[in-house]
Write a protein that binds this ligand. Structure first.
Ligand SMILES: Cc1ncc(COP(=O)(O)O)c(C=O)c1O
Length: 396
């Protein structure tokens, strides 16, 4: 029997999820007894901040009940306090909050409420390279995925006002992600204002994947560069939804905790839709999330650690001509493959794997961009120091 007789064509033809491929690659190398330096997935390995773990264990209930999709009062208050502290945003009738099991599911399920809006708009625009779920969520929701290639000469900023009309016509929503995975690119206030003006003029919902908004070089807290990461909600709530996560801010990828904040006219009906999706957050995870959103000290520690790793690895990669500048946010380095690889990112990543280094080829993080690879600075400084000479061997 043909596979697409049992599952639909979309599921039958979907390529494997890149991060699952990377996990398999890493496991295979370990089974061969290789010392593996895993720069593949942005899944940090630092221990969880102790008060968060205590909050979880203190709150494992004697009787377990279904959680509400709206989250506990304490959780909603913690989200509100965080938005106030970090961005000076106040929750009011225009700005709503909705908890999520991390950004991934929130991104995926958002398309279900937006595709077909405003008289049948089905296009979803998103950055390429970028997070693969922008595309897959559009597809599963019956939308039309429209990748927009980001250019290094634009500092990887997505500029929809430059696109031909045919490309943007019928656009329901647009994804942006600054700080950007995989390039680490940052947006400033002038960019946000121009983007919002375009979205308002074209009646396009702006979806800001802000999951790296708290992972940046602490020098940006002092400087006047205007590049301290912000959410577009700081400039308008009108047709904007931001997606926040504890995965990178607090290193809680396994907890599955985040939230959406934005235009109440979108999030209130979307909350009713989400009640059907089975997305309540377990109560003890909510308790851990309250503790994590309420504290900034552990975030400061993490920011410093990743900024140091970026300097360490970035300096070497710049010296070898693979990187133009060290990004000031995220923990990713988006590097060119060396000339010897002749633009073949997949072949180069296979070569790296022979040395025990796992990296993501650009074609796995994009829709056809070749010649780059991404390093997620998950190994600690010692691991990076050990891996760099092995990586250097692959340049020839
Ligand atoms: C750009 C981007 N968006 C969303 C996610 C998913 O985040 P979460 O762990 O909150 O689901 C990731 C994870 O790496 C990401 O890189």
């Amino acid at each position: 029997m043909q596979t697409d007789a049992l599952v639909n064509e979309l599921t039958a033809t979907l390529p494997s999820y890149p991060m699952e491929e990377l996990k398999l690659l890493s496991k295979g190398l370990r089974q061969q007894g290789k010392l593996v330096f895993d720069f593949g997935t942005g899944d940090p390995t630092l221990p969880t901040w102790e008060p968060i773990r205590q909050a979880v264990s203190r709150n494992i209930p004697e009787v377990s009940q279904y959680p509400s999709v709206l989250g506990s009062d304490e959780l909603r208050a913690a989200h509100g306090d965080y938005l106030q502290r970090r961005f000076k945003l106040a929750i009011n009738d225009d700005l709503a909050i909705l908890p999520a099991q991390g950004c991934k599911e929130a991104i995926f399920h958002m398309a279900l409420s937006l595709v077909g809006r405003a008289g049948g708009r089905r296009k979803i625009l998103y950055p390429d390279p970028g997070y693969p779920v922008y595309r897959s969520s559009a597809l599963f929701a019956g939308g039309i995925p429209c990748p927009i290639t980001l250019q290094p000469e634009d500092n990887y900023l997505l500029k929809p006002w430059r696109l031909p009309r045919e490309q943007t016509e019928g656009c329901a929503a647009l994804w942006v992600n600054y700080p950007h995975n995989p390039t680490g690119a940052l947006a400033d206030e002038a960019y946000w204002r121009q983007l919002l003006a375009w979205c308002h003029q074209e009646d396009v919902i702006l979806l800001a994947d802000d999951c790296y908004v708290d992972l940046y070089d602490p020098v940006l807290d002092q400087g006047s560069s205007g590049l301290r990461p912000m959410t577009p909600l700081c400039f308008s709530h009108d047709r904007v939804v931001a997606f926040m996560s504890l995965s990178k801010r607090s290193g809680l990828t396994g907890y599955r905790a985040g939230f959406m904040a934005g235009d109440a006219r979108i999030l209130k009906p979307h909350a009713r839709a989400r009640a059907n999706f089975g997305l309540g957050i377990p109560s003890f995870i909510q308790a851990g999330a309250v503790s994590a959103w309420g504290d900034d000290t552990h975030v400061e520690v993490r920011k410093k650690i990743f900024a140091e790793r970026m300097q360490l690895a970035g300096t070497a990669l710049m010296e070898w001509g693979l990187l133009e500048a060290i990004p000031q946010a995220t923990f990713y380095l988006w590097c060119r493959v060396p000339a010897s690889a002749k633009g073949d990112d997949l072949a180069f990543c296979r070569r790296l794997a022979q040395e025990g280094i796992i990296a993501s080829p650009s074609r796995w993080l994009s829709e056809g961009i070749s010649g780059y690879f991404r390093l997620a600075l998950v190994p600690d400084s010692e691991g990076i120091r050990q891996a760099l000479p092995l990586l250097k061997r692959c340049l020839l």
